[in-house]
Design a binder for this molecule. Structure first.
Ligand code: BG6
Ligand code: MG
Length: 212
């Protein structure tokens, strides 16, 4: 049986915009700006690695303590935005896709770099669809390393070759491919095995992989 592993931010829920807004506010506080093109390079990347990329862009050097404090500032800003989320912030077509997958008894996991994953899944009321949630608290190497997806497959007790990953970030597609999984890009992701623009009108049965 195939299993599905979903990235969270930008795949299941519309949080990618909140990450962008919160990082942008920090960048502006530090005296420079960042646009959506630069933001693409942060998608799927852990909080501290994202901060490193932003500081590099702004040519800013800082102590470890200062970096931790900026990361915390960004996270508080992000959480203030996220607190208002409800089921309505689940991306179009996702609820129907999860419901049909559940009826088909497809094992499902979340594989996210975020340390806020469980809180967001709870706020948006989709947590119970997933048998396994692997997030930024359980992994030591972020995407594009395959660790998050390999741990999700292991916990689902599925071989990686039978896992389909849904991802909106280039780093996530690279991680899925490195894990030996089938990568579905949500958005314009050329390295993916297949691309979809979103879940609206998608049938989970189309993504079930045949066992070898
Ligand atoms: C990923 C997002 O899912 O999680 C990144 O795409 C984010 O933008 C990363 O930086 C870490 O998230 P958090 O919630 O732990 O800061
Ligand atoms: Mg994402």
């Amino acid at each position: 049986m195939s299993g599905f592993i979903f990235d969270l931010d930008g795949v299941l829920v519309d949080t990618a915009k909140f990450h962008f807004e919160a990082w942008r506010e920090l960048a502006r506080d530090l005296g420079f700006d960042m646009d959506e093109t630069f933001n693409e390079t942060l998608k799927g990347v852990s909080r501290m690695e994202s901060l490193e990329k932003i500081l590099q862009k702004g040519n800013i050097d800082a102590s470890s303590d200062q970096k931790l404090s900026w990361a915390e500032q960004k996270n508080q800003n992000y959480l203030a935005r996220v607190q208002k989320m409800t089921k309505a912030d689940v991306l179009p077509g996702v609820l129907a896709f999860l419901e049909k997958s559940k009826q088909l008894k497809i094992p499902m996991a979340v594989g996210s770099a975020s340390k806020n994953a469980v809180a967001i899944l709870t706020l948006t009321e989709i947590k119970d669809y997933f048998q396994v949630i692997i997030d930024g608290n359980q992994i030591s190497k972020g995407k594009p390393d395959p660790e998050v997806f390999l741990l999700a497959a292991k916990t689902l007790q599925l071989s990686p070759a039978l896992c389909v990953v849904f991802e909106d970030a280039e780093a996530g597609i690279e991680a899925a491919l490195a894990a030996g999984m089938y990568a579905v890009g949500v958005g314009d992701l050329e390295k993916a095995d297949e691309m979809i623009s979103g879940f609206e009108g998608q049938d989970p049965e189309q993504f079930i992989l045949d066992p070898l």
